[in-house]
Design a protein around this ligand. Structure first.
Ligand SMILES: C[S@@+](CC[C@H](N)C(=O)[O-])C[C@H]1O[C@@H](n2cnc3c(N)ncnc32)[C@H](O)[C@@H]1O
Length: 331
C-alpha cells in the first residue's frame, strides 16, 4: 500500500498498487536460475494478481459524510426539483439522495462500494419514507451507468474526479454536476461557493467548497445557416460560423455572404447557446442576437435583429457541416 498525503485538513487515503506494479515487483524477485524457484515465482505472480483484483474493490475514497447544511446547498446550487433524476457517486449513508427525495420529491439512486454504507442508506431511505423514489446499490462508481442522471452529486477526491471527468463530459448536455470540496482542474466550475460549516469533520468545524458544472453541448465545428435578406428580391444571407471549444468556453469567427462579421458574447450553458453577430447589411450596422438549443449537429432557435433599417425576430436553424475532431478538453 502507498500512502498519499491528504491536503491540509483533508483525510489521507491509502491506495493499492496496480496489478501490473505488483506483478513487476514479484517478477523482479524471481530467481532465474532454478526452475523450481520459477514455479514458486509464477504462483507468487498469480497471488499478487488475485490480491490486486480483490483490492480493486477497496474504497478509493474514505467515508466522510457531507454536513447537512452542505447537502442542502448542493441541492440548491444545482436547482434540483421533483423532475430531476439524481445519482450520488459514493453515497455513504445516503443523505444526499434521501434529502433530495424527502425535501424535493426527486428520484434517484446512490452507489457505494462498502456494503455497510449501502445498508445504512437503505435504512435511512426507509425511515424517511422515500423507498418508492430512491435505491442504493453496492457498486463501484466507475462501473455505474450514469445515463439516466440529470444531476450527479459527489464527495470524492481530486484524482477520482479527474478519472471520472471524461465520462461526465459525455453525459447529456445540461446535466448538472455538484461536487463537495473537490474541483475538476482546468474544467472551471460554472458556479462555486465556500461555506463555514460547524458540522464539518465530526463537529470539528471547517470550510466546505461546493462546485457546480453544467455539462456543455459539443459545439466546435463549422456551422452554416441562411436568413432572408432585406428587400423583395434580395438573396438570402448565408452565415458561416467556425467555433472552437474548451469545456463551456467557446470562441469563433463569422462571415455573412463571405464577408467577415463580428462574433461576440458567446455563451454556452448545457445545450443552450447564444451569441451576437454585428455586421453592416447594406444600410448601417445591424446587431443580431442569436439564441438556440443545440441537438447534435443542429441548432434551432431565434435571431433578433436591431439596426437602423433591419429589425425583427427570425426563426434560426443552423446545421454543422464539419464537427470538430478534437474533444472539448485539451487533455
Ligand atoms: C467522502 S464519502 C461521501 C459520502 C456521501 N456521498 C456524502 O457526501 O455524505 C465517499 C464514499 O465513497 C465510497 N466509495 C469509495 N470508493 C468507491 C468506489 N470505487 N465506488 C463506489 N463508492 C466508493 C466510500 O465508501 C464512501 O462512502
Amino acid at each position: 500500500m502507498r500512502l498519499v498525503p491528504g491536503a491540509a485538513g483533508r483525510p489521507a487515503v491509502s491506495e493499492p498498487y496496480s496489478h501490473l506494479e505488483g506483478a513487476i515487483i514479484v517478477l523482479r524477485m524471481i530467481p532465474r536460475v532454478f526452475g523450481a524457484c520459477r514455479r514458486v515465482g509464477l504462483c507468487a505472480v498469480l497471488l499478487v494478481l488475485c490480491a490486486g483484483a480483490a483490492r480493486a474493490q477497496e474504497p478509493r475514497v474514505p467515508y466522510v459524510p457531507t454536513p447537512r447544511e452542505v447537502v442542502d446547498r448542493m441541492l440548491q446550487m444545482a436547482k434540483v426539483t421533483a423532475n430531476d433524476y439524481l445519482i450520488d457517486l459514493g453515497s455513504g449513508d445516503g443523505r444526499i439522495v434521501v434529502t433530495a427525495a424527502s425535501k424535493l420529491g426527486t428520484r434517484g439512486f446512490g452507489v457505494d462500494i462498502n456494503p455497510v454504507r449501502v445498508t445504512e442508506a437503505l435504512e435511512n431511505a426507509q425511515k424517511a419514507g422515500v423507498t418508492d423514489k430512491v435505491a442504493f446499490y453496492q457498486r463501484d462508481l466507475f462501473q455505474t451507468d450514469l445515463s439516466q442522471a440529470t444531476v450527479i452529486t459527489m464527495y470524492l477526491l481530486p484524482r477520482v474526479n479527474m478519472e471520472l471527468r471524461p465520462k461526465l463530459l459525455d453525459l447529456k448536455p445540461g446535466t448538472r454536476i455538484v461536487s463537495h470540496d473537490f474541483s475538476m482542474d482546468d474544467w472551471k466550475p460554472d458556479a462555486s461557493v465556500r461555506l463555514d460549516v460547524k458540522e464539518k469533520y465530526g463537529n470539528a468545524g471547517g470550510q466546505s467548497d461546493v462546485f457546480l458544472w453544467v455539462v456543455p453541448a459539443k459545439v466546435a465545428g463549422n456551422w452554416r445557416w441562411e436568413l432572408p435578406g432585406g428587400g423583395k428580391d434580395a438573396k438570402p444571407l448565408v452565415y458561416e460560423v467556425v467555433l472552437s471549444q474548451t469545456f463551456q468556453a467557446v470562441s469563433g469567427s463569422a462571415t455573412i455572404g463571405g464577408r467577415m462579421a463580428a462574433l461576440q458574447n458567446i455563451r454556452l450553458t448545457g445545450g443552450e447557446m447564444q451569441f451576437t453577430i454585428t455586421a453592416d447589411l447594406g444600410a448601417g450596422p445591424v446587431k443580431q442576437e442569436f439564441k438556440g438549443t443545440v441537438e447534435g449537429d443542429a441548432v434551432s432557435g431565434s435571431a433578433m435583429f436591431s439596426g437602423a433599417r433591419a429589425q425583427g425576430r427570425y426563426e434560426w436553424n443552423a446545421i454543422r457541416a464539419a464537427p470538430a475532431q478534437q474533444p472539448i478538453t485539451t487533455r
